[in-house]
Ligand binder design. Structure first.
Ligand SMILES: Nc1ncnc2c1ncn2[C@@H]1O[C@H](COP(=O)(O)OS(=O)(=O)O)[C@@H](OP(=O)(O)O)[C@H]1O
Length: 371
């Protein structure tokens, strides 16, 4: 009844005031337009278009800086320390576009394009040499884009092809150096030729460490995973009475650096291979990093101000790792307490490696000072 009353009243009013009705409708129309404009503004201001920032969309300068800082890389899940199998962290590998330039951005007056590219530099070894430390230190550099995990492309997954390999790489802007580390490459027979067929200009980095300490470190890692294996001495000697070394036992065979380097030198000139001292990486990380940055043709941005020596860990740590303001040391599998090995065994191993090391120093043109 009330409604009917209102309608009838309205009809009367309408009949009585046609110009007023037009004015009201006009006002309503203006209010509607204003409402639409406000909603549209709200839509853009709350960033509804960018709430799920796609990795290939860097639309503002702060966003680009965020991308360069490496936060992006962490969020993307490309890095997990000690992640050594190709399955982890690559859930979406197959979905990734491999050839289109997938980042186009609009900064006033500037355009940035990032895409997945094959690496221009590889950390090829050696296992337990300090490769993780080097990669983590290098990724502080804004011109480096590093794959966090080990793709094992040239040794295990070569059949998947270069487009698969490229799809593994983090997106990089023009001028950034894409790098990955897989320590097994250094000792794998097929890898040098395969790397060469990908690129004859690729820059190769090898972190080398005293082969005796390296072997013990390797063995320490093996027993941490398979505790019931025989002791070091049993595996290291073919014959414990005459002290004959089993140099085919992987922890010892990897330390025959001259033999492995020779294979690489059949494909690449020495100038394209940079040798990092694993010991130097601990005693003077900034010095080693300075030389690596020079080798990669980058400005020396990672310097001593990035490191501090952590007494508890017994190793250099980062004051401010990428994407964080807190100091950071490598995880507990890096810098472990080694399995105890008899001093006589160590001495025998030193004798065994002496001629090999000498040959390696000659080939490398550098004395690493191992006893
Ligand atoms: N800053 C810093 N923090 C911790 N550890 C450091 C660092 N720099 C070099 N190292 C040495 O790195 C050794 C592990 O080498 P890798 O990272 O090449 O190992 S792996 O092959 O990837 O498993 C690891 O070997 P162990 O000491 O035998 O555990 C370390 O000696």
């Amino acid at each position: 009844m009330a409604l009917l009353g209102w309608v009838s009243e309205g009809r009367e009013w309408h009949q009585n005031n046609p110009t007023d009705i037009r004015k009201v409708l006009h006002k309503l129309l203006i209010m509607l337009c204003l409402g639409i404009i406000c909603l549209t503004l709200l839509y853009f201001l709350t960033g509804c278009c960018g709430s799920d920032v796609p990795e290939n969309s860097i639309s503002t300068r702060p966003a680009r800086e965020w991308f360069l800082s490496g936060w992006y890389q962490e969020i993307n899940g490309t890095y997990k320390e000690d992640m050594v199998t190709v399955h982890h962290g690559y859930r979406d590998a197959g979905e990734r576009s491999t050839n289109t330039p997938d980042v186009v951005t609009h900064d006033p007056g500037t355009e940035w394009t990032a895409s997945r590219r094959l690496p221009q530099a590889l950390i090829i070894g050696v296992k337990k040499g300090g490769t993780r430390a080097l990669l983590e230190f290098l990724r502080l550099h804004p011109d480096i884009r590093a794959l966090g995990s080990e793709p094992h492309f040239f040794d295990r997954h070569y059949a998947r092809g270069l487009s698969w390999y490229r799809s593994m790489m983090p997106k990089a802007l023009d001028g950034q150096v894409v790098i990955e580390k897989t320590p097994r490459y250094f000792v794998n027979m097929e890898t040098p030729g395969r790397v060469h067929s990908m690129s004859r200009d690729v820059k190769l980095i090898v972190v080398v460490r005293d082969p005796v300490t390296r072997a013990i470190s390797d063995y320490t890692q093996i027993i941490s995973k398979t505790p019931n294996i025989p002791n070091f001495e049993t595996l290291a000697f073919k014959n414990s009475t005459n002290g004959e070394i089993d140099d085919l036992w992987s922890p010892l065979w990897i330390g025959l650096y001259a033999q492995h380097l020779e294979r690489w030198l059949a494909w690449f000139p020495l100038a394209q291979i940079h040798l990092v001292s694993g010991e130097g990486l601990i005693s003077d990380p900034a010095g080693e990093l300075g030389r690596v940055q020079d080798f990669l043709g980058l400005q020396r941005i990672v310097t001593d101000k990035h490191f501090y020596f952590n007494k508890t860990k017994g190793f250099p740590c980062l004051k401010k790792p990428e994407g964080s303001s807190k100091p950071h040391c490598l995880g507990k599998t890096k810098g472990r307490i080694h399995a105890p090995i008899n001093q006589e065994v160590i001495q025998r191993l030193r004798e065994f490696y002496r001629p090999h090391n000498k040959r390696f120093y000659q080939m490398a043109g550098k004395d690493f000072g191992w006893q």
